[in-house]
Write a protein that binds this ligand. Sequence first.
Ligand SMILES: NC(=O)c1ccc[n+]([C@@H]2O[C@H](COP(=O)([O-])OP(=O)(O)OC[C@H]3O[C@@H](n4cnc5c(N)ncnc54)[C@H](OP(=O)(O)O)[C@@H]3O)[C@@H](O)[C@H]2O)c1
Length: 302
Amino acid sequence: MITRTKIAPTGPEFSRLVYGSWRMLDDGASAQDINRRLHRCVELGITTIDTAEIYGLYQVEAALGRALALSPGLRDKLEIVTKAGIYIPHKLNPERKVGFYDASGARLVQSVEHSLHLLGTDRVELFLVHRPDWLSGIDDTAGGLNQLLRAGKIRSAGVSNYSATQFAALNSRMDQPLATNQLEFHLLHMNPIYDGTLDQCQTQRIQPMAWSPLAGGRLFDPGNAAAIRLGKAAAVLSAKYGQATLEQLAYAWILAHPSHPLPVIGTNKIERIESAAHSAGITLDREDWYALWVAAHGHNIP
Ligand SMILES: NC(=O)c1ccc[n+]([C@@H]2O[C@H](COP(=O)([O-])OP(=O)(O)OC[C@H]3O[C@@H](n4cnc5c(N)ncnc54)[C@H](OP(=O)(O)O)[C@@H]3O)[C@@H](O)[C@H]2O)c1
């Protein structure tokens, strides 16, 4: 069973693994298919679901809402994370000529209210500003987040893809401290361990969320040299960790970081969700964590 964790001193309690919905409609899943996946996640203890306004070209939240409506009571077994702030041209918005970010307070409030409507719920446990918007001032963004917190429409607020300085700036204006920074962090993208964002999470005693923990599937690309080296390293380590697969070791590698990241898993396949759940029980030894670091980089530590 997946353990649970309070991601911030004032933040919500989440499952240690989070189920991501970005690709949820890529395989043509019906509401029943999604409902089945959600039930299996709950059985495995993966109760936190990550979504966003833009996912599936603005279609995923509505699909999740339809799947939740099939099982009254299911929503209350889940913690829902959603995000807003990215607007790209597509057929529902032909007036948009270019993609842009908008983290103005008024836009965030409007987006959250629409997300709640689509999801069929009265609150989300965590709302994230999806990406930094260089045109929204921190007072403006924080004003919208604080308003949503006061209204109980969001139980906690956070950010995604923020640098450490962007995080600190927005956090300075929050009535309730930001609960997380959701970052790209995996064996093929280690920037957060060097750029200060994971250090900041430790300073703030908050847990980051790690998106694309399998590098969006590139970890299995036979044409990717780092992935090939990682496959070989994983084969060497496998027996020691109960015949663990590369994907399980990749999750375990993220889980082992002292900032305690929550991997946001993205597979649509139930058997791969089950396999991910198994990885939560793997504790990598220090040398093995570094062996995977070395394999990813293709050279020894400096
Ligand atoms: N905050 C942000 O800006 C941001 C950005 C991106 C993503 N996210 C969040 O992070 C979640 C996860 O991202 P992700 O989907 O990129 O995660 P991921 O787990 O790194 O990648 C999932 C992809 O890898 C494939 N895959 C998994 N296991 C595989 C295997 N053994 N062999 C070959 N392919 C395999 C999956 O295909 P199958 O479905 O066939 O298994 C799927 O296409 C998203 O759903 C979203 O919630 C957030």
